[in-house]
Design a protein around this ligand. Structure first.
Ligand SMILES: C[S@@+](CC[C@H](N)C(=O)[O-])C[C@H]1O[C@@H](n2cnc3c(N)ncnc32)[C@H](O)[C@@H]1O
Length: 306
């Protein structure tokens, strides 16, 4: 594996120290079925999260700029987006592929419908397929020039099956782009979240990190290397700066309270989350009053595999 470091570096010794203090070893484990039946039955949370990432960023390059740069498109490629969600990224990429062909695959029908509507009427051929990223049997061998998996691989239980399938559908000379985070990304959110949970004597089960154990920037290369002859890790950083607590709280909610409310069917009462919100908000507000904004530092990136 080779590595390309962030052009804009937000890492500081203080953030490293905070991460080693607050990021737990244990992560939540999410499943594709839960994505389909619970988190993405509609895309309201995904829509809110994407808006906040874009609106409050301080890196002049947005996620889609980073992806477009990494995809190195000529404009005629056939591209498959695994876990395309609401189609926001496909819509951003489409002008760079005006004479190409886009296929969005997602396990959640509600997400696929949002993507279909977002791209409705564009002249570039677009198809939307319901299915799971670890079963690409709907597609022939050597079909795509580009395959992407953007912030979705942590849902895929059979990652070896997924990577073998991507290798099969990718044409020789094509590239696979997998975007994910470092486990300490957005450590400031964990800090206020866990502090509030501690105050509430919350169940131990909730003291887990968001689901980056299965795959992250730190452990992804070793999993990809058996399937691709070249794996390049590209790190990039951003910092979301929230000048108003209410905007941070909307983001925190859209992250399912750092996954604390992600468990379908076994939910804690609403009163628990109201109290959690109240305590987190007070901490965020105190930082805003002292510093002018509440910062969330993103340590993110992607692997370019060929
Ligand atoms: C966090 S969203 C990311 C959406 C989009 N890639 C983006 O970055 O904006 C994860 C998406 O992956 C989908 N998903 C989860 N597991 C999947 C699987 N095994 N196969 C296909 N899609 C899956 C979810 O339904 C959801 O739309």
């Amino acid at each position: 594996m080779s590595t390309i470091d962030a052009e804009l570096d937000f890492r500081t010794p203080e953030l490293d120290a905070l991460a080693s203090r607050v990021i737990p070893e244990q992560h939540f484990e999410l499943r594709a079925e839960d994505a389909r039946d619970s988190y993405f039955t509609d895309t309201s949370k995904l829509d809110a999260k994407q808006l906040a990432h874009d609106r409050f960023r301080t890196n002049p390059l947005a996620l889609h700029d980073q992806l477009i740069r990494a995809l190195e498109l000529r404009g005629t490629e056939e591209l498959l987006d695994l876990g395309c969600g609401n189609g926001e990224i496909l819509a951003r990429i489409r002008p760079h592929l005006a004479a190409g062909h886009l296929v969005g695959l997602d396990i959640a029908p509600g997400a696929l419908e949002a993507a279909r509507q977002r791209l409705d009427g564009v002249a570039t051929p677009c198809e939307f397929v319901e299915g799971s990223a670890d079963d690409l049997s709907a597609f022939g061998t050597d079909t795509f020039d580009r395959v992407m998996a953007v912030y979705m691989a942590h849902y895929v239980t059979d990652l070896p099956g997924c990577f073998a399938a991507v290798r099969r559908v990718l044409r020789p000379g094509g590239r696979f782009l997998l975007a994910t985070d470092r486990p300490d990304s957005m450590v400031e959110m964990y800090d206020v979240h866990f502090a509030a949970l501690h105050e509430m004597n919350a169940p131990q089960d909730l003291f887990r990190a968001t689901p980056k154990a299965r795959i992250s920037l730190d452990n992804g290369a070793a999993q990809l290397e058996p399937y691709f002859s070249s794996v390049v890790r590209v790190d990039w950083h951003d910092q979301l700066q929230f000048g108003k607590a209410e905007h941070f709280m909307a983001f925190y909610r859209s992250c399912n309270y750092c996954c604390a409310s992600s468990k379908p069917g076994e939910g804690l009462p609403q009163s628990f989350f109201l109290e959690l919100e109240h305590r987190v908000r007070a901490r965020v507000q105190a930082v805003i009053e002292e510093r002018g904004y509440f910062a969330l530092t993103k340590f993110t990136g992607h692997f370019i595999c060929s």
